[in-house]
Design a protein around this ligand. Structure first.
Ligand code: MG
Length: 330
């Protein structure tokens, strides 16, 4: 049997929930990414977080055992700098509302950072900064009110940390948004610029994006028309997959990164429901009924995939009770 990964030349990875969770590598992921390299498939690490330099991200990944050099990491800060460099002449002025990393990248791209809205910047570029202050957000609002173009590296509402979740850049963007009448251009997933930059940098012909979130990772893959592979080691679970909108449905699912080497899971629909592996999901008066041995995680993944096809087709409704039977999956 061929593996799902066969025929793909580049794997674009989300980081949190796919490659690491807090301080630890996700089970199977280090071996999986190293196996990709052995097979001649190029890994690229794609991060919405604009606060850290790619050198730091690469060092973190390499420390966990991943094959990662700075050029293998692409960040929303890099993609934001590339976007402004492409659209604005050298010397255009920018109010950077983010970390020094973002200031450095914007400067390297040929733009001139300014300190306040009084400098009448051409652009406001906003990125995550754990030390953000209200006065800086107010300054961003003033500059945009005065006509500056607004670019945000991403709009993630939250950010996971080892002590719990914290407000993400999305909340800071919202704080500015309530003071202005325009929407920002957003660079990171699920929007196109970061994904397109990753494809361009790697020269990928048939990439696949591996992620743990429907709303950023899988929708980001759809935005640029590439394959996506959903893993269950992070934020989202069976319910999220089944209830995904059309532009958030993955090409394939698997437990973790190592699942890329398994054959692609295929569900067959018929009049009675859907079959995947040894599991059948029957639609009875619009309700899903699971049949077959569900004692292994692999069988539950088959059930989840069959169930997702039926919910997506509108032939059954999502059921929390049925979801609860898939107790080996989040
Ligand atoms: Mg993630």
């Amino acid at each position: 049997m061929s593996a799902f990964i066969d025929g793909h030349d580049v794997v674009m990875f989300d980081l949190d929930g796919v490659l690491y969770l807090g301080p630890d590598a996700v089970e199977g992921a280090v071996e999986g990414v190293n196996e990709l390299v052995r097979r001649g498939v190029r890994p690229t690490y794609v991060t919405n977080n604009a606060a850290r330099a790619v050198e730091q991200v690469a060092e973190h990944l390499a420390g966990l055992g991943y094959p990662a050099a700075p050029e293998d990491v692409i960040s929303s800060a890099q993609a934001a700098a590339a976007l402004v460099a492409e659209e604005y002449p050298d010397g255009a002025t920018v109010l950077v509302v983010g970390t020094q990393n973002l200031v450095d990248l914007v400067t390297e791209a040929g733009l001139t950072p300014v300190a306040t809205a009084d400098d009448a910047p051409d652009l406001v570029v906003q990125g995550y900064d754990p030390n953000m202050t209200w006065p800086r957000l107010e300054e961003a609002g003033f500059a945009i009110q005065n006509g500056a173009r607004w670019i945000a590296t991403n709009t993630d509402a939250t950010r996971p940390t080892n002590r719990g979740i914290v407000p993400g850049l999305g909340t800071m963007v919202h704080a500015v948004r309530v003071t202005v009448d325009v929407e920002p251009t957003v660079v990171g997933k699920p929007h196109k610029p970061l994904m397109a930059a990753a494809i361009k940098r790697t020269g990928a012909r048939r990439p696949v994006f591996v992620g743990d979130r429907i709303d950023t990772d899988i929708m980001g893959a759809h935005a640029v028309g590439i394959d996506s592979f959903f893993v269950f080691t992070g934020a989202h679970g069976v319910r999220d997959v089944c209830l995904a909108p059309e532009n958030g449905r993955p090409t394939a699912i698997g437990w973790n990164v190592a699942s890329l080497f398994e054959p692609q899971r295929v569900a067959t629909l018929d009049a009675a429901g859907a079959v995947c592996g040894g599991v059948r999901v029957r639609g009875v008066a619009g309700e899903p009924v699971l049949e077959g041995d569900l004692s292994t995680r692999d069988a539950q993944l088959n059930a989840a995939w069959a169930l997702a096809q039926l919910v997506w087709a509108g032939s059954v409704a999502w059921s929390d009770a049925v979801g609860a039977r898939l107790d080996l999956l989040p």
